[in-house]
Write a protein of this length. Structure first.
Length: 495
């Protein structure tokens, strides 16, 4: 249909392109607009004005009813016609995508953000001078992500791997590049939820922006110096940002700044002591992905709100992780790992055994320090278990005696107490555990049964528990509990 380069942009891909950007009341250029899929998205999401180019006359007629078409062939468009645009959002013809993206960069005003799709090989296989220049610009002023076969299910399909380029054209005074990074008014949701201090977020973004400006000032000084020396000093000079003994490009520096910023935020929220090993891996993945998103106050608050809204889902995942790790060690397991009859495969018993929880005793004998060994726990199962139980019972993790936090645990084969468990370790590295409170044991297994979607077996303990439910506040089912306290426990922070 129409021509060989006509590939309408799927709606999901458009959302990915614009994720994290505030386009409300912005002027945006779409250089190869086709029948207007991106134009429609921009208009529906609050763009003040959308300008477009389209070389195909039939498609251009469709576009004219949707936006202001300012040129047919984008490569003929000049900078004076778009000196006021805030964004250029484009899905250029893949047969000449480097030419179109470079032209967009050349005519874009200072501070303009360019968001473009391309054939990923245009970046990955930079064998021409145009591709090399584009790759250099991306590495200096932006990022590229491999969306893989993003058009495999689109209106017109292609299995070509798609690259998503985001870059901001630097500005002499840097004002345009950082427009929208700060918020004029304190967000109500930030203060009402007590998620994180408004001043802390503003200060963090200000330091991020200031660091990038200083970096750019050094580059500008190098350019000025070379200009002064031109003609009589034969060697070109340049200033570099050095990390350790390696030079750091602007884009690498920007990514590292963003990554450090997100980690700073998670540390401020005290998340690290409330998340399990598996959830920690998810958060690390999130932090890595956020380097593709502008580090603005609005985006930070959006992320914080998302973290709060998904707290229950993350802790449910942690509960299932702990349950699976403990029940894997029943005596007839199929995983060829250690198992004991004490352990059950369908619920966590009031008593259970886990291997590899402490380092085995050494030649120093029977009194090898168990506390030291616990701090070197090989898989972190019990640390995760205690965090999950704090969530289930609404207990403040900071106030409990944890297994790893106990003191004077010096002897193998002796029972010791933490908040939730009696425990003792053996010289072979195994540990025996027993729930201190029956209702905590019941609450945990009831939560697991609900998540896994199966009823707990009818046992005397379960029947007795069901009779006590209506009279025991502590044993109230999680479905009926108020999660406000749990959120406040999970998301405390220091200012």
């Amino acid at each position: 249909m129409f021509n060989k380069d006509f590939f309408p942009t799927p709606s999901g891909t458009i959302e990915t392109m614009l994720q994290g950007y505030d386009i409300c009341n912005k002027t945006i250029l779409e250089p190869s607009a086709g029948k207007g899929d991106i134009v429609d998205f921009l208009t529906l999401n609050g763009a003040k004005s959308v300008l477009a180019c389209e070389i195909d006359p039939t498609l251009r007629k469709i576009l004219e009813s949707k936006c202001n078409v300012i040129e047919s062939d984008f490569l003929n468009l000049t900078s004076d016609k778009i000196s006021h645009v805030d964004f250029i959002v484009m899905n250029p013809p893949f047969s000449a995508d480097e030419r179109h993206i470079l032209h967009a960069y050349d005519i874009a005003p200072d501070g303009c953000t360019i968001i473009a799709l391309c054939n990923y090989q245009t970046y990955n296989n930079a064998y021409t001078s145009e591709r090399k220049r584009l790759k250099q610009l991306i590495e200096s002023y932006g990022t590229i992500a491999n969306l893989k076969d993003a058009f495999s299910t689109s209106e017109r399909k292609t299995d070509v791997f798609i690259g998503l380029i985001r870059m901001t054209k630097p500005s002499v005074n840097a004002q345009n590049e950082y427009e929208g990074f700060f918020m004029d008014k304190e967000p109500e949701e930030g203060q009402e939820n007590g998620i994180m201090s408004y001043n802390v977020v503003r200060d963090l973004v200000n330091r991020y922006v200031s660091a990038l400006k200083i970096y750019d000032e050094q580059l500008e000084s190098a350019t000025k110096l070379n200009s002064v020396l031109s003609g009589f000093y034969g060697t070109g000079l340049g200033f570099q940002c050095i990390s350790g003994d390696k030079p750091v490009k602007r884009n690498e520096f920007k990514k590292d700044l963003q990554k450090s910023g997100w980690k700073f935020i998670f540390n401020k929220m005290n998340l690290n002591k409330h998340i399990t090993k598996g959830v920690s891996e998810d958060i690390n993945k999130f932090v890595e992905q956020q380097t593709e998103i502008p580090f603005t106050m609005r985006n930070i608050y959006h992320m914080l709100d998302m973290v709060v809204q998904t707290a229950g889902q993350r802790m449910d995942k942690a509960i299932l992780e702990v349950f699976d790790r403990v029940t894997d060690h029943h005596h007839d397991n199929r995983h060829n790992i250690k198992g004991w009859k004490t352990n059950s495969h369908y619920l966590v018993g009031k008593k259970f055994i886990l291997p590899y929880q402490i380092s085995p005793a050494t030649e120093y004998g029977y009194t090898t320090n168990v506390y030291t060994s616990l701090r070197n726990s090989l898989d972190g199962t019990m640390a995760d278990f205690e965090k999950a139980l704090c969530f289930v019972t609404g207990t403040n993790y900071d106030t409990i005696i944890t297994i790893n936090g106990s003191i004077n645990r010096n002897t193998y084969g002796v029972w010791y107490d933490s908040k939730f468990f009696k425990y003792k370790g053996y010289k072979n590295g195994n540990m025996h555990f027993e729930f201190m409170q029956e209702h905590v044991w019941e609450l945990f297994n009831q939560r697991v049964a609900k998540l896994k979607g199966y009823p707990l077996p009818e046992k005397k303990e379960q029947t007795a528990y069901q009779k006590r439910q209506t009279n025991t506040k502590d044993a109230e089912p999680m479905a009926k509990r108020d999660n406000t306290k749990q959120f406040s426990v999970l998301f405390e922070f220091d200012v």
